[in-house]
Design a protein around this ligand. Sequence first.
Ligand code: GLN
Length: 240
Amino acid sequence: MSSDTPEEIVIGVLALQGAFAEHQAILMRLKLPSHPISPLLVRTAEDLAKCAALIIPGGESTTIASVAARTGMLQLLRDTCRDPSKPVWGTCAGCILLAKEATGLKKGGQELFGGMGVGVRRNGYGTQLESFEVMLDIPGLRDPERPFAGVFIRAPIIEHVDTSAPSSSSIETEIVARVPASCLPAELQEAAETSTTDYTVVAMRQGKKFVTTFHPELTKDERLHEFFIKRCVLELPAGK
Ligand code: GLN
């Protein structure tokens, strides 16, 4: 192999439940000239050990957590998500699992993996009936003037962003996308207009961790996958 052969990046997709095949399909399509991407479905510790990064898909956070517990993966996933050196992206249910704390959880409680300094409200927009799609302006993407279709299905709401924890003081927090306040439930709209960091945030990066409360994997747009790999895995500066 010649020294200028680009190194392949293995991106794991947690495949316990939910939209993992859709993430895998986008990663298979994604072409980064500098780095070939190789997706790997992760179900065991051996799978995870092969990955440079992990994506936790949308689906049902309670089910993903209980399958993780049943298959002996829970502690390993917690350790991975809480390790600042490991790139992890959670979409929708994955965002709930990555959150440090959550409200509106299943009766009797449910396990979270943690790692991301956010508090989320599960099913914050309401039931399945309150699912919606909205075009998002995301300045950090390639071709930023082309909006990104935000698909929100029983999505969580980010209630607060924690930038004050001592362990995260050297970790940069980047608000990547917001929804218009008009998308929020009526009782949160006024609060959202006076707040600077919460409720309307729907995509956020904290060091190598990334959450989106919506489902980029259910679109044909691979630009947020590209964003995750460039900013969280390769740690390229914005705009590269
Ligand atoms: N409300 C779901 C949960 O608690 C998330 C929904 C989704 O991922 N579309 O996991």
